[in-house]
Design a protein around this ligand. Structure first.
Ligand code: FES
Length: 161
């Protein structure tokens, strides 16, 4: 099972292997296996799909069909904190792009990318519905308004865990 190594930590892989063992040869439990897999890794790694397929005897194509049909499943790793920065008109004219550039430089990633420690991901949107607070962004849904380049360090550094 050396190909499991890249799936995640040793502990995650161990738990995943236990799930495969528990549901071996039982295609009716595909949803349960996918839920447990996502519970272990935080998402469904593509590498895991082949193993799930072989273990519970469900074709990979069907598994991908289920993953993409149900919004509860994701093939993309989720970071601990999602910074969603608004680049809508109200925010843009008040300097949202400068704030975004500062965040990108500070974290060393671009929009849509996750930091290598899995802590941060930056996304952008067209309006957060709070234009009076422009430029605005959210971190895991919490709004940070009247953003400035100077505020970025203080806010991001306050997430110490
Ligand atoms: S345009 Fe940014 S919150 Fe509406």
């Amino acid at each position: 099972m050396c190909n499991c190594v890249r799936l995640g930590t040793d502990e995650q892989v161990k738990k995943f292997e236990a799930v495969l063992e528990e549901y071996k040869g039982s295609p009716d439990n595909v949803m349960v296996v996918l839920q447990k897999t996502q519970g272990i890794f935080g998402y469904i790694p593509e590498l895991s799909v082949k193993q799930i397929s072989e273990s519970i005897h469900v074709p990979e194509s069907k598994i991908y069909g289920i993953i993409t049909f149900y919004s509860q499943f994701t093939l993309t790793p989720k970071a601990k904190y999602n910074i969603d920065i608004c680049l809508g008109t109200a925010c843009f004219v008040l300097g949202a792009n400068d704030v975004l550039e500062k965040i990108k430089t500070k974290l060393g990633v671009d929009v849509g990318e996750m930091t290598s420690d899995g802590k941060w991901i930056i996304t952008s949107c067209r309006c957060l519905g709070c234009c009076g607070l422009a430029p605005a962004m959210t971190i895991n849904g919490e709004v940070y308004g009247k953003m400035t380049v100077e505020k970025v360090d203080e806010i991001l550094d306050s997430f110490t865990d």
